[in-house]
Design a protein around this ligand. Structure first.
Ligand code: HEM
Length: 177
């Protein structure tokens, strides 16, 4: 089981590294080619990165809830550790970084960091990033075979990124102020 996990683990890293490299190369090519609608290209890449980040933010606390029910050291507990680590390192961390880089580029190039909606959005995204950091700490605790907080806590925490995401999307699309 361990040898299989290791080999499928390294394959997962290679696959994820390749996908990420291709995505970054495509972004770099678009920036170098500098099409008239560069801003829309960047916005599309921003939304793709947001989708990947949000998928992880919504799924990781679900994994914590199931992980809670396993016995430390059991096979299922070890499997959850692998799933949580890969989700965080392979998907969520790169997606969060790309979301920030592309979002800040748009905020600077098109809006010069001006606008109430942009400031409100930035505040909410900082909170979302705080949730990400909080989940990362919990992932490391589960890795040490601890069981931080309670299942109820993770059920409630599961709602935080969803609520923030709804507010962020409404603010950026409607720009109410
Ligand atoms: C990480 C920091 C972020 C910054 C600096 C940022 C900034 C921006 C900017 C400047 C735009 C262009 C707005 C326009 O063209 O009207 C944009 C578009 C967008 N952002 Fe972000 N963003 C960030 C994170 C996020 C997050 C976390 C979400 C969702 C949870 C999100 C969702 C969107 C959506 C859906 C659009 C397209 C809006 C439209 O075209 O009407 N962004 N972002």
């Amino acid at each position: 089981m361990r040898a299989e996990q290791l080999s499928s683990g390294s394959k997962a890293w290679v696959r994820a590294g390749t996908t990420l490299s291709v995505f970054v190369i495509v972004i770099a090519l678009v920036v170098i080619l500098d099409p008239d609608n560069l801003f829309l290209w960047i916005k599309a890449f921003h939304i793709i990165a947001v989708i990947a980040w949000m998928a992880g933010l919504l799924y990781l606390p679900r994994l914590f809830i199931y992980h809670f029910e396993t016995r430390p050291g059991s096979e299922s507990s070890e499997l959850f550790k692998v799933m949580e680590r890969r989700l965080l390192k392979i998907i969520m961390n790169p997606a969060m970084m790309l979301t920030w880089v592309l979002g800040l580029y748009m905020a600077w190039s098109a809006f010069a960091f001006q606008g109430g909606w942009l400031h409100a959005k930035l505040l909410l995204v900082v909170l979302l990033t705080g949730v990400h950091v909080y989940y990362s700490r919990a992932q490391r605790a589960f890795l040490r075979d601890e069981r931080p907080k309670s299942q109820r806590h993770w059920r409630i925490m599961n709602e935080a990124p969803a609520v923030l995401m709804i507010a962020i999307v409404l603010i950026v699309v409607l720009k109410p102020f």
